[in-house]
Design a protein around this ligand. Structure first.
Ligand code: SAH
Length: 285
């Protein structure tokens, strides 16, 4: 069996599930599934390489040091064939109406209510089906940002399946750049864009230096450290009057991220359980 993925399964107290999920994303997990269990929450996290067991043990130690009763970490990991990983996602991907105008569905369950814009996503090997709170938050903040405002150029950093770039296209952006450091996500974003009739509008790139110019709207659903690292570049790439939307961090990290983007001011906040999202605009001078 050609092994290209690892599945790390953990059972954690329900109140720690979001914090553990965030930790696993920060450690490079490309996708998570959660389910309630008698012992709390079962999390399955998928990794491209060996799961971060040593970091997980350190994380548990940090929880204990912080006085949080987490018990012993209970986990097991196993290698997966590529097809198993894709199949496992399929079971969890149900059509979903998001915000006021969008409807996301997998290719095997197409169709949308007449008053909604259909977005068809083949989840393949990348993150971004609309089932995760951070993707939904970004979609709602995008809808809010484009409301009545024509968008010339938009940028989606960390496009994954391409879902946010495709939504930007469907909501009227004339040109959308979609960037991902993962080549396979880029391929998937390209094919999903084509399936949605956005192939001419969405331009997928594997590196931001290939992306020219400035943007009216930039969206980045990443994680805390990546957002902190990108602050200077995002602010240079954002046109005056433009808006920056980000998610992938906890409400605890919200203040730190907002402070790092000193040239911008927060104009919308979004919270869904553990996860937070922000929309920021240029400060008036
Ligand atoms: N935009 C999608 C997917 C988010 S997952 C959604 O909202 O659901 C985050 C994606 O960002 C992953 O595909 C990962 O490969 C990519 N990524 C991580 N760090 C990045 C960086 N510094 N620049 C560009 N892409 C990055």
């Amino acid at each position: 069996m050609p092994v290209s993925w690892w599945e790390l399964q953990l059972e954690v107290p329900a109140e720690l599930a979001d914090a553990v999920a965030s930790f696993l994303f920060d450690e490079g997990s490309t996708g998570l599934e959660t389910a309630e269990s008698s012992g709390g929450t079962v999390i399955k996290a998928y990794f491209r390489s060996d799961p971060p067991i040593a970091a997980l043990q350190r994380f548990w130690l940090d929880l204990r040091t912080a006085g949080i009763e987490a018990g012993e970490p209970s986990y097991r990991s196993k290698p997966l064939a590529e097809e198993d990983w894709a199949e496992s996602w399929k079971q969890h991907f149900q059509p979903l109406s998001i915000g006021r105008r969008l409807h996301v569905s997998p290719p095997w369950q197409r169709g949308a209510p007449a008053d909604r814009l259909p977005i068809v996503i083949d989840p393949g090997m990348a993150f971004g089906t609309g089932q995760h709170a951070t993707t939904r938050a970004c979609l709602e903040l995008i809808e809010d940002a484009v409301d009545g405002r024509p968008l010339a150029r938009a940028l989606d950093i960390g496009t994954g399946s391409g879902i946010l770039a495709i939504a930007l296209c469907k909501l009227g952006a004339r040109q959308v750049y979609a960037v991902d450091i993962d080549e396979r996500a880029c391929e998937l974003a390209r094919s999903n864009s084509a399936v949605n009739g956005c192939g001419d509008t969405v331009i997928v790139a594997s590196c931001w230096s290939e992306v020219p110019g400035t943007f009216d709207l930039i969206v980045a659903n990443l994680f805390t450290n990546a957002l902190l690292d990108l602050a200077a570049r995002v602010q240079v790439a954002l046109r005056p009057g433009g808006r920056f939307i980000c998610s992938g961090f906890s409400s605890e990290d919200e203040g730190r991220i907002a402070a790092h983007y000193g040239g911008l001011r927060v104009c919308r906040r979004h919270r869904d359980g553990f996860w937070a999202a922000l929309a920021m605009e240029w400060r008036e001078v």
